[in-house]
Write a protein that binds this ligand. Structure first.
Ligand code: HEM
Length: 491
């Protein structure tokens, strides 16, 4: 080591370093390293050097090193390997990539978000109504949530071919079958993500490779161009890719697969955990139901009236602070994302404490917010679900959390931070709120075996975002036998 560099853990396996210990349980591994070496240390993991910065007060110091720490290079390089699209790190794309990146903000945030939310609400209701008249059904909670959210989210971004039109022009696959295949392919591809993130080339993951290609086929421009209600996000990206002569049609489609993955891979487990905790915790269920009744009542919706679709504005959703707190608590308990930057030069990082660390060009700086989310000093009983943890005494969003007596500027980071912060975060929170509102409004739901210990997260996916449960849990549900307006009139 050179003077001023953080302590280094090389491990005992050449090349792999400490990859196996880290991969088994990153949170426990980092905690044990922190006990030995403090808040900054370097680990060799699968041939690369990662300097972990664990003190949350120092996250800002890392963000401020934009000149020396590159986020795009790592993220784009990884995306190129996994999704098989063009390597946008190539200087020929440098002009286009900035433009494409700016589309995220322009189409996922601000006033335009209302359109996306409205389309999602319509799609969620259309998918849920397929359960009407089926009576009591038993299914895995994860299967239930993902079936509805995947289809509604997919249609909201990529639009839909009118079924009648499709049939007329040559008997296209019925939508439910199309969606079932798309979801199976999504899962097959997503399942191989931990191996691919560890460096395994996708060509060695046969099923995942075939699944990615099948998804890309569905997202080919010649299909998307026939769809109605494409989101502005996808429309603008299609237009931008069509301007880039270097891209062939397959590469454009694979870039859409990356967008599909970004929009679903974290949202599905986050929605699962939110509903799971609501159904397990009677206090959360009562509070959530009361809020849903109040908001639907204010918008003139009578529970049980299926003829009048539920419509909620962005502001109404923003005012649902009980659901907001439940979702944030579910995210806190299940999020294990890692924020990575690559040092583009040798430089000295000054931490919040004033301590300095010499960083070498090419090394990775990594922040792992799960350490903060599970810190008992910040969150009392951190492994426990507390539905009102993120509510203040007035029932509004709570924003003051402390460590060492100091208020934290950032205390919950499921969406990352700084330059790499998720541009879809506002849409994500809204779509989960919409799903919960409609599920509580339209279904009777009972979790099997409420007395069982809470489900565990699958930590083999740590670093990739929201952890799914280790296994599914049985849900008994029925779409409420609603009295429609017509029936009421007849009586
Ligand atoms: C609960 C749901 C979600 C969570 C927890 C989540 C989390 C994240 C995180 C942690 C990152 C940053 C990764 C990094 O630092 O390298 C990210 C990036 C991204 N997310 Fe999300 N996300 C969610 C939903 C969504 C949705 C619904 C969309 C789009 C509709 C979306 C679009 C994106 C995109 C495009 C990026 C890459 C941004 C870039 O390259 O700068 N996400 N997300």
């Amino acid at each position: 080591r050179q003077p001023g560099e953080p302590p280094l853990m090389n491990g005992w396996i050449p090349y792999l370093g400490v990859a196996l210990e880290y991969g088994r349980n990153p949170l426990e591994f980092l905690r044990s390293m922190q006990r030995k070496y403090g808040d900054i240390f370097t680990c060799k993991i699968a041939g690369s050097y990662f300097t972990f910065v664990l003190d949350p007060f120092s996250y800002g110091a890392v963000s401020r090193q934009g000149r020396n720490l590159d986020f795009q290079k790592f993220a784009i390089g990884f995306s190129h390997k996994v999704f098989g699209h063009a390597d946008f790190n190539d200087p020929v794309y440098s002009y286009n990539i900035k433009d494409i990146h700016s589309i995220f903000r322009q189409t996922l945030q601000g006033p335009v978000l209302q359109q996306l939310i409205s389309t999602m609400m319509e799609n969620l209701q259309a998918v849920m109504r397929r359960d009407e008249g089926h009576g009591w059904t038993t299914e895995g909670l994860q299967v239930f949530v993902e079936r509805i959210m995947f289809e509604a989210g997919y249609l909201t971004l990529f639009g839909k071919e009118e079924e009648a039109e499709a049939m007329a022009t040559g008997g296209a696959t019925p939508r439910w079958l199309f969606m079932r295949q798309a979801m199976e392919d999504f899962h097959a591809f997503d399942k191989a993500f931990p191996e691919m993130a560890a460096g395994l080339p996708i060509h060695l993951c046969g099923r995942a490779f075939r699944a990615r290609e099948a998804l890309a086929e569905k997202l080919h421009h010649r299909h998307l161009k026939r769809n109605k209600c494409l989101s502005a996000l996808i429309e603008r990206r299609m237009h931008a890719f069509d301007q880039m002569e270097q891209l062939d049609e397959k590469e454009k489609a694979r870039t859409h697969v990356s967008m599909l993955w970004a929009s679903q891979a974290n949202t599905l487990p986050a929605t699962f955990w939110s509903l799971y905790y609501i159904l397990r915790c009677p206090v959360a269920l009562d509070a959530a139901q009361a809020e849903v009744r109040r908001v639907l009542g204010e918008s003139g919706h009578t529970p049980g009236n299926l003829e009048k679709p539920v419509v909620l504005s962005k502001d109404q959703l923003a005012g649902m602070s009980v659901l907001g707190s439940i979702i944030e608590e579910a995210l806190r308990l299940s999020s294990a994302s890692i924020m990575i930057r690559v040092a583009s030069e040798n430089f000295t990082l000054t931490l919040d404490t004033g301590k300095t660390a010499a960083i070498r060009k090419g090394d990775h700086i990594a922040m792992f917010p799960q350490m903060m989310h599970m810190d008992p000093e910040i969150y009392e009983d951190p492994t426990e679900f507390q539905c009102s943890r993120f509510l203040d005494e007035n029932g509004q969003k709570k924003t003051d959390f402390y460590k060492n007596g100091r208020k934290l500027r950032q205390f919950l980071l499921p969406f990352g931070s700084g330059v790499s912060e998720c541009p879809g975060r506002f849409f994500a929170i809204n779509e989960i709120k919409q799903f919960l509102t409609l599920a509580l409004c339209h279904y009777d739901m009972e979790l099997h075996d409420l007395a069982a210990a809470p489900l565990e997260t699958d930590c083999t996916r740590a670093g990739l975002g929201i952890l799914p449960p280790k296994h599914d849990v049985s849900l008994r549900y029925r779409f409420r036998n609603c009295v429609t307006v017509k029936e009421k009139t007849v009586r």
